[in-house]
Structure formats: C-alpha cells, structure tokens
Design a protein around this ligand. Structure first.
Ligand SMILES: Cc1cc2nc3c(=O)[nH]c(=O)nc-3n(C[C@H](O)[C@H](O)[C@H](O)COP(=O)(O)O)c2cc1C
Length: 159
C-alpha cells in the first residue's frame, strides 16, 4: 500500500498547468479555488474535467450555478494561485473579473490567465475524497502571447 506522502510525490512529478476554477454562489458572489487536476476529456462534444475535494467551499457554488469557469493561469501568477488555495472568505477582494456570456459559468480572470474555458456542468462523479466535475465547454479563449504557468514538485514555472 502506497503512503499518502509517496502518492503525492509521484503525482507531483507529473507537471500540470494551474487553474483557478470559479463559480457564482447563491448570493451571486464569486467563489473559487486553485486546481491542478484539470484536463480535456472529449473534442466532440468539447468536454473537460476537474477533480475537487469534497470539503471545498466552492462546490456548493458550482452545484448552484450548474457550471464553472476554468481560468488557466498565466506565468508569474504564483501569488494568485496561493491566495485561491486558501479558505479565506475575501479571496476575490482586489481581483479583476468579468461575467461570462453563459449564465452557468463563473468569473473570468482575464488579466491573470493565458486561457479560460466556461463550462456547464454535465456530470458529477464521486471518486474517493474528491468529486470529478465534467463540464461541457461552451465558451473559451486563449490570450495570444501570454504564457501559461506550470506547476511541478511544488514549484511554479514559466514556459
Ligand atoms: C497548485 C495547487 C493545486 C491544487 N489542486 C487542487 C485540485 O486539483 N483539487 C482540489 O480540490 N484542490 C486543489 N488544491 C487545493 C485547493 O486550492 C485548496 O484546498 C483551497 O483552499 C480550496 O478552497 P475552497 O474551499 O474555497 O474551494 C490545489 C492547491 C494548489 C496550491
């Protein structure tokens, strides 16, 4: 049986991007968290997934809104990634965001991302201590000339 620490070390050796997954809560306020577990699932239809801890305070907002936005952070946004990885209730104070076209999506952090994908929630699958959220990607863009941030072995890198 692998220990939690060894499992973390193994998975941390698979580099990923860094996503701030956002949704609007029942009070219409923005919620969000930093995730590395995000990837494409299907091209036709366009599907993407994210894995979210069952204790996340952002989950009720995703369920209420019926969707989320995956903001793929730009290089150099370590501070934002760290802030969104806290349980602070004022995480979004001072952060620029705009509403997506879809009523189901979450805030788009256009000043801080290399790309974003607005998703409507298609499936929620229970997997251990996480939920796998599968979204239909209904809107998105990438910002030409903005490099994404890479996360590996607890370090943040630019490309
Ligand atoms: C680089 C990085 C990657 C993370 N990836 C995930 C992830 O894939 N899924 C997850 O549930 N939490 C992930 N976390 C932890 C959450 O961001 C953290 O638990 C956060 O406080 C949850 O906030 P919330 O309860 O307001 O939703 C990650 C944190 C960091 C710094």
């Amino acid at each position: 049986m692998i220990t939690h620490e060894r499992f973390r070390e193994v998975m941390a050796s698979f580099p990923s991007g860094v996503v701030v997954l956002t949704a609007f809560g029942q009070d219409s306020l923005p919620r969000g968290l930093t995730v590395s577990a995000f990837c494409a699932v299907s091209l036709d239809p366009p599907l993407a997934l994210a894995c979210i801890d069952k204790t996340s305070n952002t989950l009720p907002a995703v369920q209420h809104a019926g969707g989320f936005t995956a903001n793929i952070l730009a290089a150099g946004r370590e501070q934002l990634a760290r802030r969104m990885a806290t349980k602070l209730s004022d995480k979004f104070d001072g952060i620029a965001w705009r509403r997506p076209g879809s009523a189901h999506g979450g805030p788009i952090l256009e000043d801080d991302c290399a790309a974003y994908a607005v998703c409507t929630l298609r499936d929620t699958i229970e997997a251990g201590d996480h939920w796998i959220l599968i979204g239909n990607v209904v809107e998105g863009d990438h910002l030409v000339g903005v490099s994404p941030m890479v996360f590996s072995r607890r370090g943040y890198f630019g490309l």
